[in-house]
Design a protein around this ligand. Structure first.
Ligand code: IMP
Ligand code: MG
Length: 197
């Protein structure tokens, strides 16, 4: 896909695929260890592991990640919006729709595309911990080099990137570009957010 509005490619689809495979293997190994400690098999346990992809940004990442994990998992998506409309700065996270309510005692893996201000993962991990799960892991493909509004530590990170607005591989600008296979930066003139102040 050759889009005129792309400034440059930060991560190619090949680099992403290789890293996602490593992440899935690491995650599956860690979760299998938890299952073993409980006396369960990686493929034989009663819904101990719940993956929670945060829609819509984590859709592409989660779809690839889960297929590299050779263990039994179930999936409950949550929908959060934080960048309404043509915005490149977080307006704070808001849950849209329901949170799964059966996480008590289970191992939960929150999956998101990117850790930016930390408000999305901060809000969700707080809400999920209220249900007293056995564990909560935070897995993100990208971590932006910014001072976070909420100091959230990710357990598994694909790539650290500079403080720049990126799209592709699930990440959008104003709803578009999620289907771009690479992770790219757009030219400034295509990011027409009114400047603050
Ligand atoms: P946070 O709540 O500020 O950490 O933002 C997390 C959410 O904002 C992510 O799930 C993304 O959907 C979105 N986001 C943050 N940075 C970017 C970006 O550079 N491009 C596209 N979406 C982003
Ligand atoms: Mg998101």
């Amino acid at each position: 896909m050759k889009l005129p509005e792309v400034d440059r490619v930060l991560l190619t689809s090949e680099a992403i695929a290789a890293r996602v495979r490593e992440m899935g293997e690491t995650l599956a190994r860690d979760l299998a260890r938890d299952l073993t400690a409980e006396g369960h098999g990686a493929l034989d346990h009663p819904d101990r592991i719940v993956m929670v992809p945060i829609m819509t940004g984590a859709m592409v990442f989660a779809a690839d990640l889960i297929r590299t994990m050779p263990i039994r998992i179930s999936i409950r998506t949550v929908v959060v919006s934080s960048y309404p409309g043509a915005s490149t700065t977080s307006k704070g996270a808001a849950l849209r729709g329901a949170l799964p309510d059966d996480l008590r005692g289970r191992h939960v893996v929150l999956v998101d595309d990117i850790l930016d201000s930390g408000q999305t993962l901060g809000m969700l991990s707080r809400m999920i911990r209220e249900q007293e799960p056995a564990s909560v892991r935070v897995c993100v493909l990208l971590r932006k080099d910014v001072t976070r509004v909420e100091d959230i530590a990710a357990d598994l990170v694909g790539f650290d990137i500079p403080d720049e607005f990126v799209v592709g591989y699930g990440l959008d600008y104003n709803g578009f570009y999620r289907n771009v296979p690479d992770i790219v930066a757009l030219r400034g003139e295509h990011l027409d957010e009114p400047t603050a102040g």
